[in-house]
Design a protein around this ligand. Structure first.
Ligand code: NAP
Length: 486
């Protein structure tokens, strides 16, 4: 990649309310005199309509490669053209692996939580998990989405969460996972977190199951400082946390990677408000504040943050999402922007900004291999079948087919629960079976040919869908058991 051009920022106005929010943020940033040079580029709906299915055209990619820094409005994901979200595409194209979503109680914004001093950050892994979007129809009636979690991805996001705590003077990092159910994927984040936490003894660390995290966020949100979590958990938790402090109009975010950073509101295009000059631009303005800190412009960042806080504190200018669009009290987007510009240079009376230090974004070796086991062994294979047979017919048929091969049938499961051998359970089967075959010689190491030989026999009589090898790394199984499997 070319070196980052100083103070050059790619500006993507986006769709729906995007252009109004972006114009507001750009005017305020320019009014500080910080001297950002904007390079405006398209993405989203207008690009889908040009027939570019990614929603991100080459001129935008070229600009980001040069500027390495983006302030963007929300992008719509139209149904019918454009198969993938242009937002997710942008985040993934430039490996912005961390999504930072801070929320803080704001003066003059009344919520059921007012007075509780909510001030927390959700640090969401941004490129892996179910959002990799690797989906396949397994049978005409059964769909699958792969949840890919890597040790490298976990290590980067965990280190970033701890570095963020240090740069913002925060005391604790909670890791929210569903590792009690998804022991290998969600569990990888938990294990990595517990290991890396030892390198940050100055920061308190704890693990919380993600569903309880949602419960605790509603019950006692002030107990949290930083929450680090996987992509989908973070998406859901961060919409929840934005509601705690007044809604999506106030929730900014940063997508950070080693090469590129993209700053945007958490909210979407809110199409019903587009072009009406009524929406709340604060989330995008605060995203601009995060961008200025990323660029090392701490003074301009605090100046804008303070001006927003003064404006809210004085309470003369509030947008429709805060006071009601039909209340007759709502300030327009442009008047709200002007009020903030007029307040640049003033400091709020009831709230202060944090002392921010430069955030060190962790950089791991670019070698794709991060974990090298000292031993590995192939102990079996899960062969997935599309079949209309009931388990009591399918099981004996597969046992017969495996006779004389290096593998034997251990069990069959349906959507993760063992259905053969029958354990007296009551499962409403669908036409998608996972058939677990293991080595007849328990201490042996199977070969690919052993699996091909079995698969060829099965394929002659059944419709196989896919195969998962069952590996052992360092003597530990690299797969989980089915529900009910011994
Ligand atoms: P949304 O655009 O975030 O809007 C949901 C609701 O949030 C709005 O109807 C409005 O609530 C409130 N809201 C959002 N932003 C606001 C603001 N700046 N000021 C005041 N109120 C605001 O979510 P959506 O309707 O689910 O999604 C619409 C489109 O945006 C979809 O195409 C989606 O894919 C896209 N999207 C893009 C991004 C992104 O670019 N990063 C993120 C999310 C969604 P009330 O109706 O209660 O007034």
């Amino acid at each position: 990649m070319p070196a980052k051009a100083d103070k050059l920022v790619t500006l993507i106005p986006g769709d729906g309310i995007g252009p109004e929010c972006i114009e507001s943020a750009r005017r305020i940033i320019d009014a500080t005199g910080v001297g950002i040079v904007w390079e405006e580029r398209p993405a989203g709906e207008s690009v889908f309509k040009r027939g570019i299915p990614s929603g991100v055209p080459p001129e935008t990619i070229e600009s980001i490669r040069k500027t390495r820094c983006v302030l963007k409005g929300p992008l719509g994901t139209p149904v019918g053209y454009g198969e993938k979200s242009a937002n997710v595409t942008l985040r993934k194209l430039f490996e912005t692996f961390a999504n930072i979503r801070p929320v803080r109680e704001l003066p003059g914004i009344k919520t059921p939580y007012s007075g509780r001093n909510i001030d927390l950050v959700v640090v969401r892994e941004n490129v892996e998990d179910l959002y990799a979007g690797i989906e396949h129809m397994q049978t005409p009636g059964v769909a699958q989405c792969l949840k890919l979690i890597s040790r490298k991805g976990c290590e980067k996001i965990v280190r970033l969460a701890f570095e963020l705590a240090r740069s913002e003077g925060r005391k604790s990092v909670a890791c929210a996972t569903k590792s009690n159910i998804m022991k290998l994927t969600e569990g990888m984040l938990k294990r990595t977190f517990e290991e890396i936490a030892k390198e940050y003894p100055d920061i308190q660390s704890w693990h919380i199951i993600v569903d309880n995290c949602a419960h605790q966020l509603v019950k006692k949100p002030e107990q949290f400082d930083i929450i680090v979590t996987t992509n989908m958990n973070g998406d859901i938790l961060s919409d929840l946390t934005s509601a705690l402090i007044g809604g999506l109009g106030f929730a900014p975010s940063a997508n950070l990677g080693n090469e590129v950073a993209i700053f945007e509101a958490v909210h979407g295009t809110a199409p019903k408000y587009a072009g009406k000059n009524v929406i709340n631009p604060t989330a995008v303005i605060l995203s601009g504040v995060m961008m200025l800190r990323y660029l090392g412009e701490f003074e301009a960042a605090s100046k804008i943050e303070n001006a927003i806080l003064v404006t809210l504190e004085e309470g003369k200018h509030k947008t429709g999402d805060v006071v009601g669009y039909d209340s007759g009290l709502a300030t327009s987007t442009t008047a709200y922007t002007e009020a903030i510009i007029n307040n640049l240079g003033r400091t709020p009376k009831t709230i202060s900004t944090r002392a921010y230090k430069e955030l060190k974004i962790p950089r791991l070796p670019s070698d794709p291999v991060l974990v090298r086991p000292s031993s590995r062994r192939l102990v079996g294979a899960d062969i997935f079948l599309e079949s209309g047979l009931m388990p009591d017919k399918l099981g004996p048929a597969l046992e017969k087919l495996a006779e004389g091969t290096a593998l034997k049938l251990k069990m069959i499961s349906n959507r993760g629960t063992q259905v053969y051998p029958d354990k007296g359970t009551m499962i409403d089967c669908v036409d998608h079976y996972r058939c677990r075959f293991i080595a007849r010689n328990a201490s042996g190491d199977l070969t690919d040919d052993d699996i091909f030989a079995l698969l060829r026999r099965i394929a002659a009589e059944h419709r196989w869908v896919h195969v998962e090898k069952l590996p052992e790394f360092n003597g530990e199984p690299g797969f989980t058991k089915a529900q009910g499997e011994d």
